[in-house]
Ligand binder design. Structure first.
Ligand code: HEM
Length: 501
C-alpha cells in the first residue's frame, strides 16, 4: 500500500472527524430523524450493523426499532421501511418525492452516471427512457409476438434434458440449460437472435461478463469507499476493474448485436421488427443518444434475465420439495388442457393453481426482496419523521410478504393461500403486503413478460418430468444467498428429471 497516501488519508480522516463534530454542533439542522441505533462519528452505525444488510437482518432490526428506522452508514443515510402503509407512502402517495435511485461510485461507472433507465433519478431522462422502452418491451403486443418463441425455447429445454442420460439418473443442474433459455427469450425480443447451445462462444462470453458486472456491483467489498468518501483513493484498483469491464461489455453489445441490427436493411426490418429497431429509430430521431442505446441493452441484461431465472430456480426447488404440489399442478393442466397438451401462454388464465404456485414462489422466495433502492432528491417526511435529502430508502418487500402478523403461516410454501384467504391478491401490487415487482412509478415494467415466462417454464417442466431430488437426498437444499439486490438459492440444485412417458 502507498504509505504517503495512507498517511494523508489518516490525517484527513482525523481532520474530518473534528470538523464534522464542530460543524454539526454549530450548524446542524434540527431534524426529527427516524429511530435507529446510536451512530458513532464518521462511521455512523456501520461497525455496529456490518455490511450484510439483507432482508432478514433488516427484518430483525425492524422488530427492534420499528416499521421505519434509520441507519447511518458513514455519510450515507439508509432508511428502512417495513409496513404496507409506509410502502404505500414511499411507492405511491409520495412516489414522486421518493421516485429517484441512489447510485454509488461503482453504479455510476456501470450506468454512465445514470444514462440508463433503472438507476437514473426521477425526472425527464427517466420519463423519456421509460416511454421509449415501453412499446418495444413492455406491452401485451410484445407478449403476443414473442410467446411462441418462449414456448419453443421451453420445448427445446425439455428436448435437451431428455437427451441427457444423466438427467433421469443422478440428475442435472437444470439452471444451466434454463439460463440459455432466458438469454434466448430476451435476445429474441431485443435483437431477434438466439444462441444455439451452451457452447456458443458469444453466449459464454456474455454470461461471464454479466456475472462479473453483478459481482462487482453487488459486492460489499467497496462499501468503505462508498460510506467514507475520504477512503476513495483506496478503491482505485477496484474502480479500474469496473471501468475495464464496462468498456468490454458495452463493446460486445455494440460489435456483436447493435451494429448488426443497424446494418440490416429497412425492408427486412419491416418483416421482423425487434425491440432494437424501435430503440435505434428513437436514436435516429434524436430522442436518445447512442450511449443510451447501449445502456438499454445493459439494463435488460441485468434486470430481466437473472431475476426471472432465480424465480424459476426457486419455483423448481419448491416443486421438488413438495411432490404433492407438483402432482396438483399436473392434474390441473391435464384436466384443463388434456393429457400431454403442452401449456401455452393463452392457457395461463385457465390454470389458477399454476399461477398460485408462481405467486407463492415470488412471495416466499422474492428475487429482489428489498426492491431496487429508492431515493428522495430533497428533504422529505415519512410518518412525521424527517428524511434528509438523498437518503437511500429500502422497502423490505420480503418482510411485508412474510410477516406472521399479516399472513397465515408465512414460512410454509402453500400456493393454496392464493386461492383461499388471499384469493384477491395479485403480483401487480394490488395489495401492499405483496409487491415482488414494486408498485407505482418505479415498479418493474417487466412483470408483463416475467409472469408468463415463469408460468410456461414451470408448467412445461412439470408436464414433461417428475422433478425429484438427487438419489439419497429427501429434499433440495434451499439455503438462501442474499446479496445487496437479490435473494438467490445458495447452491444451484441438481434435479432428477424423470420423464413422465
Ligand atoms: C421475476 C422476475 C422479475 C422480478 C422479481 C423483478 C423485480 C423488479 C423490482 C423489485 C424492481 C424495482 C421496483 C422498485 O424499485 O420499486 C424492478 C425494476 C425493473 N425491472 Fe424488473 N423484475 C423481474 C423481471 C424483469 C424483466 C423480465 C424485465 C425486462 C424485460 C425487467 C425490467 C425492469 C426495469 C427496466 C426496472 C427499472 C424500473 C425503473 O426504475 O423505472 N424486470 N424489477
Amino acid at each position: 500500500m502507498d504509505l504517503a497516501l495512507l498517511e494523508k488519508a489518516l490525517l484527513g480522516l482525523f481532520a474530518a472527524i473534528v470538523l464534522a463534530i464542530v460543524v454539526s454542533k454549530l450548524t446542524g439542522k434540527r431534524f426529527k430523524l427516524p429511530p435507529g441505533p446510536y451512530p458513532m462519528p464518521i462511521v455512523g452505525n456501520w461497525l455496529q450493523v456490518g455490511d450484510d444488510l439483507n432482508h432478514k437482518n433488516l427484518m430483525n432490526m425492524a422488530k427492534k426499532f420499528g416499521e421505519i428506522f434509520l441507519l447511518r452508514m458513514g455519510v450515507r443515510n439508509l432508511v428502512v421501511v417495513s409496513s404496507p402503509d409506509l410502502a404505500r407512502e414511499v411507492l405511491h402517495s409520495q412516489g414522486v418525492e421518493f421516485g429517484s435511485r441512489t447510485r454509488n461510485v461503482v453504479l455510476d461507472i456501470f450506468t454512465g452516471k445514470g444514462q440508463d433507465m433503472v438507476f437514473t433519478v426521477y425526472g425527464d431522462h427517466w420519463r423519456k427512457m421509460r416511454r421509449i422502452m415501453t412499446v418495444p418491451f413492455f406491452t401485451n403486443k410484445v407478449v403476443q409476438q414473442n410467446r411462441e418463441g418462449w414456448e419453443e425455447e421451453a420445448r427445446l429445454v425439455i428436448e435437451d434434458v431428455k437427451k441427457d442420460p444423466r438427467s433421469s439418473v443422478e440428475g442435472i443442474v437444470i439452471r444451466k440449460r434454463l439460463q440459455l433459455m432466458m438469454y434466448n427469450d430476451m435476445f429474441r425480443i431485443m435483437f431477434n437472435r438466439r444462441f444455439e447451445s451452451l457452447e456458443d462462444p458469444l453466449f459464454k462470453k456474455l454470461t461471464v461478463l454479466n456475472a462479473e458486472r453483478s459481482r462487482l456491483s453487488q459486492s460489499f467489498d467497496y462499501n468503505y469507499g462508498d460510506f467514507i468518501p475520504i477512503l476513495r483513493p483506496f478503491m482505485h484498483k477496484y474502480l479500474r476493474q469496473c471501468y475495464k469491464l464496462k468498456d468490454v461489455r458495452l463493446k460486445v453489445f455494440e460489435d456483436h448485436f447493435v451494429k448488426d441490427r443497424n446494418r440490416i436493411d429497412m425492408d427486412q426490418k419491416k418483416e421482423i421488427k425487434c425491440a432494437m429497431d424501435h430503440i435505434l429509430e428513437a436514436e435516429q430521431k434524436g430522442e436518445i443518444n447512442h450511449d443510451n442505446v447501449l445502456y438499454i441493452v445493459e439494463n435488460i441484461n441485468v434486470a430481466a434475465i437473472e431475476t426471472t431465472l432465480w424465480s424459476i430456480e426457486w419455483g423448481i426447488a419448491e416443486l421438488v420439495n413438495h411432490p404433492e404440489i407438483q402432482k396438483k399442478v399436473l392434474r390441473e393442466m391435464e384436466s384443463v388442457l388434456g393429457p400431454g397438451v403442452p401449456v401455452t401462454e393463452p392457457d395461463l388464465p385457465r390454470l389458477p393453481y399454476l399461477q398460485a404456485v408462481v405467486k407463492e414462489t415470488l412471495r416466499l422466495r422474492m428475487a429482489i426482496p428489498l426492491l431496487v433502492p429508492h431515493m428522495n432528491l430533497s428533504d422529505a417526511k415519512l410518518m412525521g419523521f424527517d428524511i434528509p435529502a438523498e437518503s437511500k430508502i429500502l422497502v423490505n418487500a420480503w418482510f411485508l410478504a412474510n410477516d406472521p402478523k399479516k399472513w397465515k403461516n408465512p414460512e410454509e410454501f402453500r400456493p393454496e393461500r392464493f386461492l383461499e384467504e388471499e384469493a384477491k391478491v395479485e403480483a401487480n401490487g394490488n395489495d401492499f403486503r405483496f409487491i415482488p415487482f414494486g408498485v407505482g412509478r418505479r415498479s418493474c415494467p417487466g412483470i408483463i413478460l416475467a409472469l408468463p415466462i415463469i408460468g410456461i417454464t414451470l408448467g412445461r417442466l412439470v408436464q414433461a418430468f417428475e422433478l425429484q431430488p438427487p438419489p439419497g437426498q429427501k429434499k433440495i437444499d434451499t439455503t438462501e444467498k442474499p446479496g445487496q439486490f437479490s435473494n438467490q438459492i445458495r447452491t444451484h440444485a441438481t434435479v432428477v428429471c424423470m420423464p413422465r412417458n
